[in-house]
Design a protein around this ligand. Structure first.
Ligand code: ATP
Ligand code: MG
Length: 419
């Protein structure tokens, strides 16, 4: 049953008019009405495009000014956009591109903003990206069999028929560079030299602020991009953005103001990641709804933080190799016998060897086990600190980076995988 505003009003009426205590229907109705918290969950998903974009006026203006000359069919400057995760880079760029597309249709100008995201399968290699672009331009190409050069030829033939300005927005561009190298950018820009009518510009979006250093000198100079950095939102800005989303996704009065503020403060500490803040609200709403509450309180938010942390840790542990799992298992078992949970790196190897024998696995060298521990430190599964003991030398102290309540669960995941 879907609930709407009138249902909320019905609930109020039930309360004020006084329901008949022995009427099962009244009891059922109240039960159904009470536990509904979400008005529209979809509004909290990261693919949802909000009607208004708050606190990004300067960025919208900057990108619009760069795109504007395309309306005169001039080639626009290439642009690189950086910023931490969840700071609105994709949202803002897509919004400006959509507006550009709409005005170019109105004015009957041949401007084509094209958006591709390299996290997605069909854009993460040069062949896939170019064949995807071909299909966007209406050219049919096989999924394999042609050379990349042939794909480029087919694409240029299709687009270079009349004057047009193409703005190719490549989101999560670092993924493309990692898997296909940066020469694809060079090849795309070089098309401008062989085309008589069409012009292509590239807008790259990345959360790696060091992206330019990944680029070859040759690519950097043919790109010579303008650059725009999306600074992190502060707690007040996040609070405002969340309030608007909460208004559209939850019923009125179901989310405490303190919950929004706390969520904003937490997210501000993590470089202003709005996506994470929205996720927290979604999970907190689910938790409150499951416990049949009619509103989300701070304790639900705290639980949501644990749940999300758990999901990430579990996913990382599941993806580790069997040997790494065995090393982590050794650290967990040793830490269980310690009051503060502190484990010294020197202790791990002995336990590791015993466990390796028990599970019939090859024993790795002491050195290799130390490397695996360093990897886990890097992936925030454990935290390590070097302690100096004067002339007795130095030891590395290890602590599990996840909540103690999670260690039994992680231990079980590992054990199940090892047998
Ligand atoms: N100013 C804003 N107003 C409203 N919603 C926003 C704003 N900024 C970000 N959001 C929302 O936050 C979420 C994350 O934004 P977006 O996907 O644009 O981040 P991003 O910078 O591209 O992150 P990533 O680097 O991880 O791809 C989306 O759901 C988006 O709608
Ligand atoms: Mg993005």
């Amino acid at each position: 049953m879907d609930i709407n505003i009138s249902d909320t009003q019905k609930l109020e009426r039930l309360k004020t008019e006084g329901k008949n205590k022995s009427n099962p229907k009244d009891i059922f109705n109240e039960f159904l009405l009470k536990k509904k918290i979400f008005k529209d969950k979809e509004v909290l998903s990261s693919s949802f495009v909000p009607d208004t974009i708050q606190h990004r006026d300067e960025e919208i203006e900057f990108i619009s000014n760069i795109f504007a000359p395309s309306l005169l069919l001039e080639r626009v400057s290439n642009l690189l956009i950086y910023g931490f995760s969840g700071t609105g880079k994709s949202l803002v760029t897509r919004y400006v591109a959509k507006q550009l597309s709409s005005i170019s249709m109105e004015k009957n100008v041949n401007v084509l903003p094209i958006y591709v995201n390299c996290r997605l399968e069909n854009n993460n290699t040069e062949y896939r990206l170019i064949s995807n672009l071909c299909s966007i331009f209406g050219v049919k190409v096989p999924t394999s069999g042609l050379s990349v050069n042939e794909l480029y030829k087919k694409m240029t033939k299709a687009i270079d028929v009349e004057n047009k300005s193409i703005i190719l927005i490549i989101d999560e561009i670092e993924k493309l560079i990692q898997s296909a190298g940066d020469s694809v950018l060079y090849s795309l820009l070089r098309l401008n030299e062989s085309m008589a009518h069409a012009k292509i510009s590239i807008v790259g979006i990345s959360n790696n602020t060091d992206l330019k250093s990944l680029l070859d000198q040759r690519v950097r100079s043919s790109l010579s991009p303008l650059e725009l950095v999306f600074r992190p939102y502060n707690a007040v800005e996040i609070g405002n953005i969340l309030k608007t989303r909460v208004h559209d996704s939850f019923y009125e009065g179901t989310v405490d103001e303190s919950v929004i503020q706390k969520c904003a403060a937490m997210s501000a500490q993590e470089h202003g990641d709005i996506r994470k803040a929205l996720n927290l609200l979604l999970v907190a709403g689910d938790i409150a709804q499951k416990s049949r509450k009619s509103r989300i309180e701070e304790e639900d938010l705290d639980k949501a933080v644990d749940v999300l942390e758990q999901n990430i840790t579990e996913a990382v542990v599941k993806s580790m190799t069997k040997q790494s799992k065995l090393v982590l298992y050794s650290i967990i078992s040793i830490s269980k016998g310690k009051r503060m949970g502190r484990v010294y790196s020197g202790e791990v190897y002995d336990t590791y060897v015993k466990l390796a024998d028990r599970y019939g696995m090859k024993r790795l060298t002491f050195r290799r086990v130390s490397d695996l521990i360093a990897d886990m430190d890097y992936n925030s599964i454990i935290m390590s600190k070097i302690r100096s003991h004067g002339r007795y030398g130095r030891t590395r102290e290890l602590n599990l980076a996840f909540a103690p309540t999670l260690s039994d669960k992680i231990e079980n995941i590992i054990k199940n995988n090892l047998v």
